[in-house]
Unconditional design. Structure first.
Length: 619
């Protein structure tokens, strides 16, 4: 904390040094420049187009001279006049007036040579913080005595007067004029632009959910109100009347002060029943009413309420200091330091406004925008760094949670894989058990019954055992890894059935087209269904067809693979012969494959069976 305040003090000292250096440039450095500190003074009720002759005998006043006393004056027009003796070796080319409040005209030898703002009518240009520079034509400056007159327009109950006047060379006085104008106007313009820009950034942050906080809203509001307040320094042609513009700008200043006070109370989490909250409500509710009492009291209200709010600000500095120490918050100390600087500059301006400081002086409170900008920059950088740290912490936490979740999902996936593998094994065991029970089991039971009987038929028993063996072979073939290859499955079936066909004297012709596509649904269950269909077909040929030749052709069709089995046996009339149980079972098994079975037969012309298997349908 000490390091922060030391850094802030050094920065404030550097800014103060730059400010004083710039102020020093606002004083002409030419030793031959004439500094006018005494002038004849005369008050007039109405505007005069020429310096009155009564000025020659008017009393003398010391410059700078204030026309108001604690912002109280009746208004009107005031004349100041002094004499300048032009030596042949001295050059008088211009007149430089650091402060002229409000509008004024400059005369040289009773001829108007410069002015700022109209001096008649209700309209007024606000020239209370701008220097005036008048360049003199060489023909107007005559050798010897020259008379310079200045007429200023004074508004009731407003700061008014004339500063020290300088007469000298154009080069030196212009440099001093530009330096003072840059300090009083240009710097205020840039600092106001910076603070309004910071306020816009804060408003953008307010729209984000992560940074949507009440204190941030108040901070953005104070930036905008400060910009409104600084318009009093910058605007020379307000959109409303002079008196109403004073109310708007000074009311904005008081509202800015109340907003800062509330922001400090919220930031320090001061309870609502504390006297600080009650004081804030009292301040907020009373000053608008006082502003509306009389338009010409605006500056006096600002003076009174400014003194009150300065006491409140000093208390806020204490609150922010304690809050920063308790919570180790650097931003609280940064705000307390900025608020302290604001108080010191405001005290100086109040003294200048009340007439306790020289009328040649500067209003320093306007430069608080630079300090506010630096404090806000620190605040936004600190808030941004915090958000980055929170984002990094969130990312680390999220990555850790994702890693844990990934490990949990991987473990669950392994468990589910194990469960699925066990289910597959169980289903396959159950399928094999059912196939063995329905297939080889049935054949073995029938053979046992044959052997237990009194009259044993050896041929029948042998046929049952052979059928059971073939069924077992089919079940084994269906378990071979075929990789969805239909031709491999059919080749294995050919190997099993060839001996039976040869023994029966039947010639087998085998025809397979090239590039038969794989069937993705040929798993062990579907392989067994297809093998049983083929087994049923060839069993019927062996038992009933009385054929001498069988042709099996595998062809590649449009979206399907055709397995066609044709014999030259006795055949039958498919129109008159009803479909038996065997044919029904075959069609049912082919349907499980997603295919279609077609039987074409005629008596004495053999039988043709076509099995159409889809190439892409996942059954």
């Amino acid at each position: 904390m000490l390091r922060l305040h030391l850094c802030g003090t050094v920065m404030a000292g550097l800014l103060l040094w730059m400010l004083l250096a710039q102020m020093a440039r606002g004083i002409p450095s030419d030793p031959e420049a004439l500094r006018v500190t005494n002038a004849r003074h005369l008050a007039m009720g109405e505007y005069q187009r020429m310096p009155p002759t009564a000025l020659l005998t008017a009393p003398t006043v010391t410059l700078p001279h204030r026309e108001d006393t604690l912002l109280q004056t009746a208004g009107g027009f005031y004349w100041f006049q002094f004499d300048v003796f032009a030596h042949p070796d001295h050059t008088y080319e211009s007149i430089y007036i650091p402060r002229l409040a409000m509008n004024g005209e400059v005369y040289l030898n009773d001829e108007r040579v410069g002015y700022f703002g109209p001096l008649t009518g209700d309209y007024a240009e606000r020239n209370w913080n701008r220097p005036l520079y008048v360049q003199l034509a060489p023909s107007l400056v005559k050798p010897g005595l020259n008379r310079v007159s200045v007429q200023i327009r004074v508004f009731p109950d407003y700061m008014a007067g004339l500063s020290t006047v300088w007469v000298g060379s154009d080069e030196n006085l212009r440099e001093a004029y530009l330096s003072r104008r840059g300090l009083q106007i240009t710097s205020v313009f840039f600092s106001t632009s910076f603070i309004i820009g910071a306020g816009i950034v804060l408003l953008i942050l307010v729209t984000l959910r992560e940074t949507r906080k009440w204190n941030l809203v108040l901070l953005a509001l104070t930036c905008m109100l400060w910009g409104l307040r600084n318009l009093a320094f910058l605007a020379t042609e307000p959109p409303v009347s002079h008196s109403h513009w004073v109310q708007i700008s000074q009311g904005g200043l008081l509202f800015f002060a109340s907003t800062v006070f509330l922001m400090v109370l919220n930031y320090c989490k001061v309870p609502r029943n504390r006297w600080e909250r009650k004081a804030w409500w009292t301040y907020l509710l009373t000053f608008p009413a006082l502003l509306l009492v009389h338009q010409d009291w605006s500056l006096r209200v600002v003076e009174v309420y400014g003194s009150i709010i300065l006491l409140g600000y000093l208390w806020c500095v204490r609150l922010m200091w304690r809050h920063g120490n308790q919570h180790k918050a650097l931003d609280a100390h940064a705000f307390s330091f900025g608020l302290l600087c604001f108080c010191l500059l405001s005290i100086h301006d109040l003294l200048l406004l009340a007439g306790y400081r020289s009328f040649d002086g500067y209003f320093l409170n306007q430069y608080m925008g630079i300090v506010m900008f630096l404090v806000l920059s620190y605040f936004m950088i600190d808030r941004y760094s915090r958000l980055l740290k929170e984002a990094d912490l969130f990312n680390e936490t999220l990555q850790a949670r994702l890693a844990r979740r990934e490990a949990e999902l991987a473990a669950q996936y392994q468990v589910m894989q194990h469960i699925d593998a066990e289910k597959v094994k169980l289903n396959e065991r159950q399928r094999l058990m059912a196939d063995m029970h329905d297939g080889i089991g049935a054949y073995l039971v029938a053979a046992i019954h044959q052997l237990r009987g009194n009259a044993v038929d050896t041929r029948t028993t042998l046929a049952l055992l052979e059928d059971g063996l073939r069924d077992l072979q089919l079940s084994i073939d269906s378990l071979e890894p075929m990789e969805q290859d239909l031709t491999t499955l059919l080749g294995s079936f050919r190997y099993r059935i060839a001996s039976s066909l040869t023994a029966a004297g039947i010639e087998l012709q085998w025809q397979v087209d090239e590039q038969i596509p794989p069937l993705p649904y040929l798993d062990p269950r579907h392989c067994l269904n297809l093998l049983r269909v083929l087994q049923e077909v060839f069993a019927n040929i062996l038992k009933h067809a009385n054929a001498s030749r069988v042709t099996l052709r595998v062809s590649n069709g449009a979206g399907h693979v055709g397995v066609q089995i044709t014999d030259n046996g006795v055949g039958f009339d498919s129109d008159d012969h009803p479909a038996g149980r065997g044919l029904h079972n075959m069609r049912q098994r082919v349907a499980l494959l997603g295919g279609k079975l077609t039987v074409t037969a005629h008596t004495g012309q053999g039988t043709n069976i076509l099995i159409e298997l889809p190439t892409s349908t996942n059954t």
